[in-house]
Design a protein around this ligand. Structure first.
Ligand code: ZN
Length: 307
Protein backbone atom coordinates (compact mmCIF):
# COMPACT_ATOMS: atom_id res chain seq x y z
CA UNK A 1 0.00 0.00 0.00
CA UNK A 2 1.33 3.44 -0.92
CA UNK A 3 2.45 5.04 2.34
CA UNK A 4 4.61 7.78 0.86
CA UNK A 5 3.76 11.00 -0.96
CA UNK A 6 6.20 12.95 -3.12
CA UNK A 7 5.14 16.53 -3.77
CA UNK A 8 6.47 19.86 -5.04
CA UNK A 9 5.07 23.24 -4.08
CA UNK A 10 3.46 25.40 -6.76
CA UNK A 11 6.31 27.91 -6.81
CA UNK A 12 8.85 25.12 -7.42
CA UNK A 13 10.78 26.05 -4.28
CA UNK A 14 10.89 22.71 -2.51
CA UNK A 15 10.17 19.01 -2.86
CA UNK A 16 8.74 16.96 0.00
CA UNK A 17 8.74 13.24 0.78
CA UNK A 18 6.17 12.41 3.42
CA UNK A 19 5.79 8.87 4.73
CA UNK A 20 3.90 6.95 7.41
CA UNK A 21 5.91 3.88 8.41
CA UNK A 22 4.04 2.68 11.50
CA UNK A 23 3.55 -0.87 10.15
CA UNK A 24 7.15 -1.16 8.97
CA UNK A 25 8.61 -0.05 12.30
CA UNK A 26 6.25 -2.35 14.24
CA UNK A 27 7.41 -5.25 12.06
CA UNK A 28 11.04 -4.39 12.83
CA UNK A 29 10.24 -4.19 16.53
CA UNK A 30 8.68 -7.66 16.49
CA UNK A 31 11.61 -9.15 14.56
CA UNK A 32 14.31 -7.67 16.78
CA UNK A 33 12.42 -7.55 20.11
CA UNK A 34 13.54 -3.97 20.68
CA UNK A 35 13.03 -1.86 23.79
CA UNK A 36 11.08 1.40 23.22
CA UNK A 37 14.37 3.31 22.96
CA UNK A 38 15.83 0.85 20.45
CA UNK A 39 12.53 0.87 18.53
CA UNK A 40 12.75 4.65 18.19
CA UNK A 41 16.41 4.59 17.11
CA UNK A 42 15.94 1.75 14.62
CA UNK A 43 12.57 3.08 13.41
CA UNK A 44 13.96 6.52 12.63
CA UNK A 45 16.90 4.98 10.77
CA UNK A 46 14.71 2.57 8.77
CA UNK A 47 12.31 5.36 7.82
CA UNK A 48 15.16 7.63 6.70
CA UNK A 49 16.80 4.85 4.67
CA UNK A 50 13.45 4.04 3.06
CA UNK A 51 12.97 7.64 1.90
CA UNK A 52 16.59 7.95 0.74
CA UNK A 53 16.06 4.69 -1.18
CA UNK A 54 13.17 6.28 -3.07
CA UNK A 55 15.49 9.17 -4.00
CA UNK A 56 17.77 6.76 -5.89
CA UNK A 57 17.49 6.91 -9.69
CA UNK A 58 16.97 3.24 -10.45
CA UNK A 59 14.88 0.64 -8.65
CA UNK A 60 17.88 -1.70 -8.47
CA UNK A 61 20.13 0.96 -6.88
CA UNK A 62 20.91 0.28 -3.23
CA UNK A 63 21.79 2.31 -0.21
CA UNK A 64 23.13 1.52 3.25
CA UNK A 65 22.77 3.97 6.12
CA UNK A 66 25.03 3.25 9.06
CA UNK A 67 25.07 5.14 12.35
CA UNK A 68 27.94 4.27 14.65
CA UNK A 69 28.43 5.95 17.98
CA UNK A 70 30.10 5.50 21.36
CA UNK A 71 26.72 5.18 23.12
CA UNK A 72 25.13 1.91 24.31
CA UNK A 73 23.18 1.37 21.04
CA UNK A 74 26.60 0.84 19.37
CA UNK A 75 25.50 0.61 15.72
CA UNK A 76 22.27 1.06 13.80
CA UNK A 77 22.21 -0.03 10.20
CA UNK A 78 19.50 0.12 7.53
CA UNK A 79 19.64 -0.96 3.91
CA UNK A 80 17.17 0.12 1.24
CA UNK A 81 16.71 0.04 -2.51
CA UNK A 82 15.01 2.15 -5.17
CA UNK A 83 11.86 0.05 -4.86
CA UNK A 84 11.35 1.27 -1.28
CA UNK A 85 12.28 -2.08 0.26
CA UNK A 86 14.11 -1.65 3.54
CA UNK A 87 15.65 -3.79 6.28
CA UNK A 88 17.85 -3.06 9.27
CA UNK A 89 19.12 -3.88 12.72
CA UNK A 90 20.46 -2.31 15.89
CA UNK A 91 23.48 -3.93 17.58
CA UNK A 92 21.96 -3.55 21.02
CA UNK A 93 18.17 -4.08 20.79
CA UNK A 94 18.00 -4.08 24.64
CA UNK A 95 19.39 -0.52 25.01
CA UNK A 96 17.55 1.38 27.71
CA UNK A 97 18.09 4.85 29.22
CA UNK A 98 15.95 7.18 31.36
CA UNK A 99 13.61 9.51 29.42
CA UNK A 100 14.93 12.99 28.68
CA UNK A 101 13.66 15.91 30.78
CA UNK A 102 11.11 16.69 28.03
CA UNK A 103 9.68 13.16 28.37
CA UNK A 104 11.13 11.91 25.09
CA UNK A 105 13.14 8.77 24.43
CA UNK A 106 16.85 9.58 24.59
CA UNK A 107 17.94 8.40 21.13
CA UNK A 108 20.86 10.85 21.13
CA UNK A 109 22.09 9.39 24.42
CA UNK A 110 21.76 5.83 23.08
CA UNK A 111 23.76 6.67 19.96
CA UNK A 112 26.35 9.01 21.50
CA UNK A 113 28.95 10.73 19.36
CA UNK A 114 30.34 9.10 16.28
CA UNK A 115 29.73 9.06 12.57
CA UNK A 116 27.15 8.52 9.87
CA UNK A 117 28.08 6.64 6.73
CA UNK A 118 26.04 6.29 3.56
CA UNK A 119 27.06 3.73 0.96
CA UNK A 120 25.31 3.88 -2.40
CA UNK A 121 25.56 1.07 -4.90
CA UNK A 122 24.46 2.63 -8.16
CA UNK A 123 25.61 -0.23 -10.36
CA UNK A 124 28.94 1.47 -11.08
CA UNK A 125 32.36 -0.05 -10.56
CA UNK A 126 32.85 1.55 -7.17
CA UNK A 127 30.16 2.33 -4.62
CA UNK A 128 29.70 5.94 -3.52
CA UNK A 129 30.64 6.43 0.14
CA UNK A 130 29.72 9.54 2.14
CA UNK A 131 30.76 10.11 5.68
CA UNK A 132 29.94 12.81 8.26
CA UNK A 133 30.28 13.22 12.01
CA UNK A 134 27.08 12.90 14.02
CA UNK A 135 25.56 16.21 15.15
CA UNK A 136 23.36 14.95 18.00
CA UNK A 137 22.78 11.24 17.48
CA UNK A 138 19.05 12.02 17.19
CA UNK A 139 19.32 10.83 13.57
CA UNK A 140 17.13 13.43 11.77
CA UNK A 141 19.65 16.21 12.47
CA UNK A 142 22.51 13.91 11.57
CA UNK A 143 20.97 13.11 8.20
CA UNK A 144 20.20 16.78 7.53
CA UNK A 145 23.88 17.52 8.09
CA UNK A 146 24.97 14.61 5.89
CA UNK A 147 22.72 15.73 3.01
CA UNK A 148 24.08 19.26 3.19
CA UNK A 149 27.77 18.45 3.58
CA UNK A 150 28.11 15.26 1.55
CA UNK A 151 25.43 15.71 -1.11
CA UNK A 152 25.23 19.54 -1.18
CA UNK A 153 21.47 19.23 -0.78
CA UNK A 154 19.95 21.70 1.71
CA UNK A 155 17.14 19.77 3.40
CA UNK A 156 14.98 19.61 6.45
CA UNK A 157 14.44 16.15 7.90
CA UNK A 158 11.89 15.14 10.53
CA UNK A 159 11.63 11.58 11.83
CA UNK A 160 9.21 10.40 14.48
CA UNK A 161 8.47 7.14 16.27
CA UNK A 162 5.92 6.98 19.09
CA UNK A 163 5.89 3.87 21.25
CA UNK A 164 2.85 2.93 23.34
CA UNK A 165 2.37 0.97 26.55
CA UNK A 166 3.62 -2.56 26.06
CA UNK A 167 6.18 -1.31 23.60
CA UNK A 168 4.20 -1.50 20.36
CA UNK A 169 4.52 1.25 17.77
CA UNK A 170 1.68 3.79 17.85
CA UNK A 171 2.93 5.89 14.97
CA UNK A 172 6.06 6.34 12.89
CA UNK A 173 6.97 8.41 9.89
CA UNK A 174 9.31 10.78 8.19
CA UNK A 175 9.37 14.01 6.23
CA UNK A 176 12.24 15.12 3.99
CA UNK A 177 12.01 18.61 2.51
CA UNK A 178 14.55 19.43 -0.21
CA UNK A 179 15.20 23.01 -1.24
CA UNK A 180 15.14 23.23 -5.06
CA UNK A 181 17.69 25.30 -7.03
CA UNK A 182 15.19 28.01 -8.08
CA UNK A 183 13.60 28.37 -4.66
CA UNK A 184 11.91 31.69 -3.88
CA UNK A 185 13.11 33.41 -0.71
CA UNK A 186 9.54 34.08 0.45
CA UNK A 187 8.69 30.39 0.10
CA UNK A 188 11.67 29.37 2.21
CA UNK A 189 10.83 31.93 4.90
CA UNK A 190 7.24 30.67 5.05
CA UNK A 191 8.55 27.10 5.22
CA UNK A 192 10.96 27.91 8.02
CA UNK A 193 8.21 29.56 10.06
CA UNK A 194 6.01 26.52 9.50
CA UNK A 195 8.73 24.08 10.60
CA UNK A 196 9.51 26.17 13.67
CA UNK A 197 5.92 25.85 14.89
CA UNK A 198 5.36 22.29 13.74
CA UNK A 199 4.30 19.65 16.27
CA UNK A 200 6.07 16.31 16.60
CA UNK A 201 5.60 14.31 13.41
CA UNK A 202 4.55 11.21 15.37
CA UNK A 203 1.80 13.22 17.09
CA UNK A 204 0.62 14.73 13.80
CA UNK A 205 0.35 11.22 12.34
CA UNK A 206 -1.92 10.23 15.24
CA UNK A 207 -3.99 13.40 14.65
CA UNK A 208 -4.30 12.58 10.96
CA UNK A 209 -5.40 9.05 11.84
CA UNK A 210 -7.97 10.35 14.29
CA UNK A 211 -9.37 12.78 11.75
CA UNK A 212 -9.70 10.19 8.99
CA UNK A 213 -11.21 7.41 11.11
CA UNK A 214 -13.36 5.11 8.99
CA UNK A 215 -11.67 6.14 5.74
CA UNK A 216 -9.91 3.15 4.17
CA UNK A 217 -6.16 2.80 3.90
CA UNK A 218 -3.16 4.92 4.55
CA UNK A 219 -3.71 7.27 1.57
CA UNK A 220 -6.37 9.43 3.20
CA UNK A 221 -4.26 9.57 6.38
CA UNK A 222 -1.26 10.77 4.39
CA UNK A 223 -3.23 13.45 2.59
CA UNK A 224 -4.65 14.63 5.90
CA UNK A 225 -1.15 14.68 7.37
CA UNK A 226 0.08 16.79 4.44
CA UNK A 227 -2.79 19.20 5.07
CA UNK A 228 -2.08 19.36 8.83
CA UNK A 229 1.57 20.24 8.16
CA UNK A 230 1.38 22.51 5.10
CA UNK A 231 -2.23 23.76 5.23
CA UNK A 232 -1.28 27.06 6.88
CA UNK A 233 1.09 28.12 4.09
CA UNK A 234 0.06 30.64 1.42
CA UNK A 235 -1.53 28.79 -1.52
CA UNK A 236 1.48 29.30 -3.82
CA UNK A 237 3.78 27.50 -1.40
CA UNK A 238 1.57 24.49 -0.64
CA UNK A 239 2.74 21.14 -2.02
CA UNK A 240 1.02 19.38 -4.91
CA UNK A 241 1.29 15.60 -5.03
CA UNK A 242 3.42 14.25 -7.87
CA UNK A 243 3.79 10.61 -6.96
CA UNK A 244 2.75 7.93 -4.48
CA UNK A 245 5.20 5.22 -3.46
CA UNK A 246 5.53 2.44 -0.94
CA UNK A 247 8.21 1.89 1.69
CA UNK A 248 8.06 -1.60 3.20
CA UNK A 249 10.10 -4.15 5.12
CA UNK A 250 11.74 -6.83 2.99
CA UNK A 251 14.81 -8.83 3.92
CA UNK A 252 15.38 -10.98 0.86
CA UNK A 253 17.85 -13.35 2.51
CA UNK A 254 17.86 -16.96 1.31
CA UNK A 255 19.50 -20.34 1.90
CA UNK A 256 21.50 -19.86 -1.30
CA UNK A 257 22.95 -16.56 -0.09
CA UNK A 258 23.85 -18.04 3.28
CA UNK A 259 25.55 -20.97 1.52
CA UNK A 260 27.45 -18.44 -0.57
CA UNK A 261 28.59 -16.74 2.64
CA UNK A 262 29.89 -20.06 3.95
CA UNK A 263 31.78 -20.70 0.70
CA UNK A 264 33.31 -17.23 0.87
CA UNK A 265 35.05 -17.92 4.21
CA UNK A 266 37.34 -20.29 2.28
CA UNK A 267 38.10 -23.99 2.17
CA UNK A 268 40.40 -23.98 5.22
CA UNK A 269 37.92 -22.40 7.62
CA UNK A 270 35.09 -24.47 6.18
CA UNK A 271 36.91 -27.77 6.75
CA UNK A 272 37.73 -26.66 10.27
CA UNK A 273 34.01 -26.11 10.97
CA UNK A 274 33.26 -29.58 9.58
CA UNK A 275 36.00 -31.17 11.69
CA UNK A 276 35.12 -29.36 14.93
CA UNK A 277 31.33 -28.93 14.84
CA UNK A 278 30.06 -31.05 11.98
CA UNK A 279 27.36 -28.45 11.40
CA UNK A 280 26.84 -24.70 11.07
CA UNK A 281 24.10 -22.32 12.04
CA UNK A 282 23.80 -18.90 10.45
CA UNK A 283 21.37 -16.25 11.62
CA UNK A 284 20.38 -13.42 9.28
CA UNK A 285 21.28 -10.23 11.10
CA UNK A 286 18.42 -8.35 9.45
CA UNK A 287 15.43 -10.68 9.95
CA UNK A 288 16.82 -13.14 12.55
CA UNK A 289 15.93 -16.12 10.34
CA UNK A 290 17.97 -19.19 11.26
CA UNK A 291 19.70 -21.30 8.60
CA UNK A 292 21.08 -24.71 9.61
CA UNK A 293 23.63 -26.59 7.53
CA UNK A 294 24.43 -30.24 8.30
CA UNK A 295 27.68 -32.12 7.64
CA UNK A 296 26.60 -33.40 4.24
CA UNK A 297 25.71 -29.89 3.04
CA UNK A 298 28.92 -28.42 4.43
CA UNK A 299 30.99 -31.06 2.66
CA UNK A 300 29.25 -30.23 -0.62
CA UNK A 301 30.04 -26.56 -0.05
CA UNK A 302 33.66 -27.46 0.76
CA UNK A 303 33.99 -29.31 -2.54
CA UNK A 304 32.59 -26.22 -4.25
CA UNK A 305 34.94 -23.91 -2.32
CA UNK A 306 37.98 -25.96 -3.42
CA UNK A 307 37.13 -25.63 -7.12
ZN1 ZN B 1 16.98 -12.11 6.47
Amino acid sequence: MDNTLIAVDRSGSYRVYLTITTDLVEEARQIHGTTPLATAALGRTLTAAGVMGLMLKEERDRLTLQIKGDGPAVEILAAANGKGEVKGYISNPAVDLPLKSNGKLDVGGAVGSGSLTVIKDLGLKEPYIGHTDLVSGEIAEDITQYLLVSEQQPSSVALGVRVGEGGHVLSAGGMFIQVLPDAQDDALTALEDMLFLMDDLSLLILDAEEQTKGAPGVTSRLEKLMELIFGGLPEAYRPEILDRREIRWLCGCSRERMAQALVSIGANDLSEIIREDGKAQLVCQFCRKVYDFDREELEALLTYARQ
